[in-house]
Design a protein around this ligand. Structure first.
Ligand code: FAD
Length: 278
């Protein structure tokens, strides 16, 4: 069982718990992006198992009628075991989900995986027009070129600041530079992306910019935030905009919770406060 302090950030260990969390979000106008925790499998076996688990999850989403989509990590479904394993699994998931009208996001991992991830995304987004999305990271120096490539691809793109410690040769390492890049890319996306823009950030400044850009260009967009982070803002924004909460679940919750705390020590206090306030 997940201890109360971590359950602020993780919906549970089972798909049923994740779906119940999604259902509760739906009641407050927020949709869910369900993510089975897991990454960096070097063998095909566990990668195939998690791909299978995503297929079952897609069936559960369809049957339950909750407003939810899924987000998969390339290294969870085989990228570290070989690009072919990843391509086979991601295609299987995307085909299965498209047939059931469930949207599939592909998360972005460290810079060594960007090409393989974007190649897979582009092929699947063209195949399942409108049914697949990918994440891009504002901290990577290559992102300007990647966005130009993705502008005409019929899918959604989630812009995030970037969660991986990357070398200076490939990434901006100063926070202020990353914020500036994020704003520049957001402007580009609202001007050039017709498939839809996803703002994957908790930053009030970035959300405010997105709202202004939406007013200026009319481009469809959605706001995405993590479970347990600025949830009051998520519920407020959902009165006016499309808001998705990224909801992790599964047995591998400990390392995810640890990452949230290391990323922002206040998360521990927020989690503690939530527990004590229960
Ligand atoms: P930060 O720069 O961390 O924070 C900016 C401001 O936001 C803060 O000053 C504060 O005002 C507010 N804020 C931030 N956190 C909190 C908090 N806990 N409580 C209260 N206020 C807070 N990264 C990847 O590399 N690949 C992915 O595929 C990926 N997918 C993601 C999907 C979603 C839905 C989200 C939300 C993030 C994802 N990320 C991903 C992580 C992302 O790259 C950032 O590391 C993470 O979102 C932190 O950046 P930020 O934009 O929220 O702002």
């Amino acid at each position: 069982m997940i201890p109360p302090i971590a359950s602020n950030f993780v919906a549970g260990e089972t798909p049923a718990e994740a779906l119940e969390h999604a259902r509760q979000l739906n009641e407050r106008n927020v949709k869910a992006i369900l993510n089975l925790l897991g990454e960096h499998y070097h063998d095909r076996g566990p990668a195939d198992e998690d791909a299978e688990a995503y297929l079952r999850l897609v069936e559960d989403i369809e049957e339950s009628g909750v407003e939810a989509c899924i987000s998969v990590k390339p290294s969870q479904i085989g990228l570290d075991a070989g690009v072919t394993v990843f391509r086979e699994n991601v295609e299987r998931i995307a085909d299965f989900a498209a047939a059931r009208d469930v949207f599939v996001w592909i998360d972005m991992e460290d810079h060594t995986t960007t090409d393989a991830t974007l190649d897979a995304y582009e092929e699947l987004a063209r195949k399942h027009e409108g049914g697949v999305g990918v994440c891009v990271q504002a901290n990577l120096r290559r992102t300007e070129d990647d966005l130009a490539r993705l502008a005409d691809v019929p899918g959604k793109v989630r812009l995030v600041k970037g969660a991986y410690d990357e070398p200076e040769s490939v990434a901006l390492t100063e926070k202020s530079e990353v914020n500036e890049a994020y704003q520049t890319y957001l402007e580009y996306m609202f001007e050039h992306f017709e498939g839809g823009v996803a703002v994957g950030s908790h930053d009030p400044e970035m959300i405010a910019l997105a709202r202004d850009l939406h007013d200026e260009h009319g481009t469809d967009f959605e706001i995405q935030m993590l479970m347990g982070v600025r949830e009051d803002a998520q519920f407020d924004l959902a009165g006016e905009y499309e808001v998705y909460q990224y909801v992790p679940y599964g047995g591998k919750w400990l390392s995810y919770f640890y990452r949230r705390v290391m990323e922002r020590k206040e998360n521990l206090f927020f989690a503690l406060r939530a527990v004590l306030g229960r």
